[in-house]
Design a protein around this ligand. Structure first.
Ligand code: ZN
Length: 248
């Protein structure tokens, strides 16, 4: 996803490889859709926020090449060590970094907790994953939250206590694998609705729910469930490659 705040351009979890790409591993991943945009379509990028580097659906091969070209990447301390390139800043949960830019006064990014596994114990398998709270001076009605890969767990409730969120970008799709009986390792639609209600956000933007074989809830299901729920007026359904304007 591309976020443009007054000309300051942020890319989240960059994946630019084409449909049909296969990534062999303990859990082999299959890409079933191509991204609408390539780095050359986006233009200059000020910042990448990378939930985690260890999974190809968050950082694929072209995404890995891309993040070498941007000024700053914010991710986990583990990503700093593994990527071993000078432009990566690592944050642990609740740590913040201030970004000096004339375009967005007071821009601050805070790492939020994730549980990218069915249980807390299984996060040893997923590795460290973070989400992001994006704040700047002049926000009228709360912050911009990008969940990263997580399910609903007590950390989400802690985020809701600490921050007033205006817009929540949630990684939905119910990612899961046969080995763990398809138990969710990212938000199900139901968990996303629960989060939107808990945080009482104005806008809900689903992301990270299509283009990969391991996403176990289809976009049609997500759309149908949300538009038949009491949060339906909060839904912002993005169209790939088409900008949507939101006042935060
Ligand atoms: Zn992941």
């Amino acid at each position: 996803m591309i976020i443009n705040i007054n000309g300051f351009v942020i890319v989240t979890d960059p994946a630019f490889d084409k449909e049909g790409s296969v990534y062999e591993g303990a859990r082999t991943l299959y890409k079933t859709g191509s991204p609408k945009l390539q780095p050359e379509d986006i233009g200059p990028v000020d910042l990448v926020i990378l939930s985690h580097d260890q999974h190809k659906d968050n950082l694929d091969n072209a995404g890995r090449a891309f993040i070498k070209t941007v000024k700053q990447v914010i991710s986990t301390p583990d990503a700093v060590a593994r990527l071993a390139q000078g432009n990566v800043t690592g944050l642990n949960e609740w740590e913040s970094v201030e970004i000096a830019t004339d375009k967005v006064p007071g821009l601050r990014i805070t790492a939020t907790p994730c549980q990218h596994a069915p249980t807390h114990e299984q996060t040893k398998i997923s590795g460290h994953v973070i989400g992001f709270m994006i704040e700047w001076t002049g926000q009228q009605n709360g912050a911009l939250y990008v969940s990263g890969d997580t399910i609903y767990f007590e950390g989400i409730e802690e985020i809701a206590k600490r921050f007033k969120v205006h817009t929540a970008v949630l990684h939905v799709g119910k990612a899961g694998f046969p080995l763990i009986n398809y138990m969710p390792i990212t938000f199900t639609t139901e968990m996303a609705i629960q989060t939107v209600q808990l945080m009482n956000v104005e806008k809900f933007i689903p992301t990270h729910f299509e283009g990969w074989k391991h996403f176990n809830e289809q976009p049609e299901y997500l759309y149908d469930q949300v538009t038949h729920s009491d949060i339906k007026e909060k839904l912002v359904w993005l169209q790939p490659g088409t900008p949507t304007v939101i006042e935060i």
